[in-house]
Design a protein around this ligand. Structure first.
Ligand code: FAD
Length: 432
């Protein structure tokens, strides 16, 4: 096996999808040289950020003892969950488990929830009462919702009015409701204000629900009541909606009163300045904040997200704890699975560098967000990121969006790339 040193770490990081052109000053705190016990890293959350970080910690340095704590035995990805709603993939295709991480990469996987972190004692407490000690902790808990921002909506009613913004049982409920909707009924979706998980996610959902209705409920209508005035890839989505679905979809932005303020759960009625509308199927995606654990562990600031050193993802509040993925404030990087996974790799490199007292490699990062407008109609946005004045910023002129008025061939190609992206990133994280 290849022996890891800083040069091979840089090579491994580059092979994992990041470029590493610069060297930063030596990490201030390394393991003491006479400490011969294997350093322990606990990673909380087995989603895009946490599972990637756990795997790459072991890839970069086999000696580190890595424990991944995740309550779910199987993880349904949000990416692909809109395709599932349309009936384009089955649930097995977008559901993964942790056996490769455990068996092949020697990650100690524990299926529990963490209910407390003690940053002073460097311990985490699990739901079953067990306490784990760590030298470094990685927290990737994803998101939580500000239900209270919409009167009448709460966690208690999400089985009637699903958000389906954490994939799993919520996705299944929305799937059934779409299929049970009466002919010619109205599907109302309320996307959240910024910042939120997956900026194109609600609009790909609109597209995928429309593609299902086009086949099985062609007189159905979709009303998008948006809390924003514009959204990711807006021009491309609107162009595709017109072309593929005619006048099935109506989008109302915040400037026209689109923000949903109140919901009557029993009648599925939504109240906004635009109108009072009774939905047949109602999909509210509430405003968002960092996952619960980030709050209980005191890792959030007034914004409701976690401030970090954007190079190493070490918390600006608690030293020795790194926060990655949607919960972190990661400069210009969007809250996406691709970003979370890139951050997992950067964070793994930062921790390995810290243990060895190596200078932290300084990578460039990439994020690509593909969306399907229809089964064979894909669009994308891509960007490259680098550190600038202590923050993650976009590299000017790198990346871009799909061209408007693309050809049938281009749309088909991008749809194939979207499916390819899904296969390769999930293989990288959970399956290889
Ligand atoms: C509809 C939709 C479509 C999307 N499509 C795309 C796409 O095409 N491309 C893309 O890049 N991104 C996409 N995303 C975004 C992507 O899903 C998220 O950005 C990504 O999952 C973030 O990863 P994470 O690790 O931060 O959080 P998650 O992936 O949500 O992982 C968090 C994990 O932490 C665990 N956890 C939480 N609390 C605890 C605790 N106390 N103890 C232990 N474990 C805990 C949870 O069980 C969960 O498994 C989409 C999102 C949605 C909703």
């Amino acid at each position: 096996m290849m022996k890891m040193n800083r040069r091979t770490l840089i090579k491994a990081l580059a092979a994992a999808g990041a470029t590493v052109p610069m060297i930063s000053p030596l990490s201030a705190r390394a393991m003491s040289s006479n400490d011969t016990s294997a350093p322990k890293v606990v990673v909380i959350g087995g989603g895009f950020g946490g599972a990637t970080c756990a795997k790459y910690l072991k890839r970069f340095d086999k000696q580190i003892e890595v424990t991944l704590v995740e309550p779910k035995k199987t993880y349904m990805t949000c990416p692909g969950s809109n395709w599932y709603l349309a009936g384009l993939v089955d649930s097995d295709t977008i559901t993964h488990n942790y056996s490769v991480l455990a068996d092949k990469h020697d990650v100690n996987v524990i299926h529990q929830s963490v209910n407390a972190i003690d940053a002073q004692a460097k311990t985490v407490k699990l739901d079953n009462g067990d306490v784990l000690k760590y030298d470094r902790l990685v927290v990737s808990p994803g998101i939580d919702f500000k239900y209270e921002m919409i009167e009448g909506y709460s966690e208690a009613v999400i089985d009637q009015i699903p958000h389906a913004y954490q994939a799993g049982s919520q996705t299944e409920i929305l799937y059934e409701q779409i299929r049970d909707m009466k002919p010619g009924g109205t599907f109302v979706i309320a996307p959240p204000p910024n910042p939120f998980r997956c900026p194109p996610g609600p609009y790909e959902r609109v597209s995928m629900v429309a593609s299902y209705f086009k086949k099985y409920n062609p007189t159905a209508k979709i009303l998008v009541l948006d809390a924003k005035n514009k959204f990711s890839k807006m021009g491309l989505f609107v162009e595709g909606w017109k072309q593929e679905y005619g006048d099935m979809i109506t989008w109302i932005g915040a400037m026209d009163g689109g923000t949903v303020k109140k919901v009557d759960v029993a009648t599925k009625t939504v109240y906004s300045d635009y109108d009072t509308v009774q939905a047949d199927v109602l999909n509210i995606i509430p405003p968002q904040k960092a996952g619960k654990l980030a709050f209980t562990a005191g890792l959030t600031d007034d914004s409701g997200w976690c401030p970090v050193n954007q190079e190493t993802f070490e918390s600006s509040i608690h030293r020795g704890i790194h926060v990655i993925g949607d919960a972190s404030i990661a400069g210009k990087m969007p809250k996406s699975g691709h970003s979370a996974s890139s951050q997992g790799k950067m964070c793994a490199a930062a921790i390995v560098s810290h243990f060895h007292n190596w200078a932290m490699p300084r990578p460039k990062n990439v994020n690509t967000c593909y969306s399907l407008v229809a089964e064979d109609y894909g669009i994308s946005v891509a960007a490259v990121y680098e550190m600038k004045d202590g923050k993650i910023d976009m590299v000017p002129g790198a990346g871009g969006v799909s061209p408007s008025a693309g050809s049938v061939q281009q749309h088909k190609q991008e749809a194939d790339y979207a499916r390819g992206w899904y296969k390769s990133i999930t293989a990288d994280i959970w399956n290889s």
